[in-house]
Ligand binder design. Sequence first.
Ligand code: 5AD
Ligand code: SF4
Length: 461
Amino acid sequence: MYTFYIKTYGCQMNERDSESLSALLQAEGHQEVALEEAAQVLIFNTCSVREQAERKVIGKVGILKRLKARKPAVKLGIIGCMGQRLGEKLFEILPHLDFVVGTDQLAKVPKIFDELEQGKTHLTALSTGGEIVQELDKHLGKNMLAYISVMRGCDQFCTYCIVPHTRGREKSRTIEAITAEVREQVERGSKEILLLGQNITAYGVAEARKAGQYSPEFSAFADLLQALHEIPGLLRIRFTSPHVRYMNQKFIETVCKLPKVCKAFHIPLQSGCNRILAAMNRGYTVEEYLACIENIRNLAPQANFSTDIIVGFPGETRAEFEQTRHVMQQVQYDMAYIFRYSEREGTRAAQTLLDEIPEEEKMVRNQVLLNDLTVSVEQRNKAYLGRSVEVLVEGKSKRNTERWTGRSDLNKVCIFPPLEKIVPGQLCLIQISRTTTNSLFGKIIEISQPQNCSDCSLGEK
Ligand code: 5AD
Ligand code: SF4
């Protein structure tokens, strides 16, 4: 039996994969430790979306060569997207690495642990897709917010993106399997779920297409939300990331009408220029994107929006960049992740377009958007002054343990002094008296009934 430590890079899907892998390994008798130095096996769950993320891992595992020289019994493994993308090549770059596991083969890690114990090294499990994917649905504990993976892979093939190459084709779990997993977590104390899928509004689409049942009115994701909404004790449902292409009327109406579904929408825009969107193979125009936002705002006026943007896509002119800026101003996002284009080997953009925009120019564009965003978020947060918001209490603030923290259904972080009788998992009404770009500050003015969650252990994973 081993002690192991998992370091996770990248997206929430990776965090969820790490959690389910840890639960699997613990069920086999291995033990997770909180400190890297205390572990016999170090596992790196990696991201390939940008070059920088890969460089970090190579650097980190590279440094560990010294540790292995001192303690040869320590084993090192790379799992996830980099494992999938680079496979055995990783042993050439990092000869002291012991195993590489791809995105769909995490269920094989216990077997790899057995082989490590027998003294074997340079082990791999790399195939993707098909029936061989064993969905790992175990959770570590009773987190108030449970991450739930509803589908794997992406069939969208945006020209810049490595994900379809590392995570393979879309494959959705059944509504029954997901509902059972959520019920179990809610029984263990979860109040909120975050549904995860790289292209989540395409949930069930690949399966429906295969069965000849796909039509523009189809939205299995709407059906899934409806089913999850019925689960007693579940307070909030979030999801990420939708794609405008599959956000049809059925989906929008369902999301807007179900009270437990939070109306904070993370809808990646990527670019505000139709020429660039086409070159990215995004499958929508700016006008369609804005119509979707307007449609949601008409049905749920309180909705707020966040997004992903890429600056410096090959050929993006200053004027085209300004169009992105303009769309951001029109939507007035509450949050945005802004990325500098990073060429990924094997993607269509890398094969057909020159990554010719200088890094300095990408940085300038990035900074311009960040500045615009700060101004608009500050303004939007100021609108909360004097208003009260319902917050799901999470517990002590990490920065200042005399304050407590929680989030509103629109995902605003609220900070407030605690009251004796409040416990994590409760809903409280907070009156807002101060705002910054990141948080809303105020005091509790009303507490709802305890949600029998005294055993919630948020943050104590
Ligand atoms: N370069 C920069 N950003 C990228 N993203 C995906 N691929 C790339 C790339 N090659 C961004 C997109 C996506 C987010 C998860 O990462 O904005 O929505
Ligand atoms: Fe990548 Fe596009 Fe799929 Fe998102 S939708 S994971 S950006 S290919």
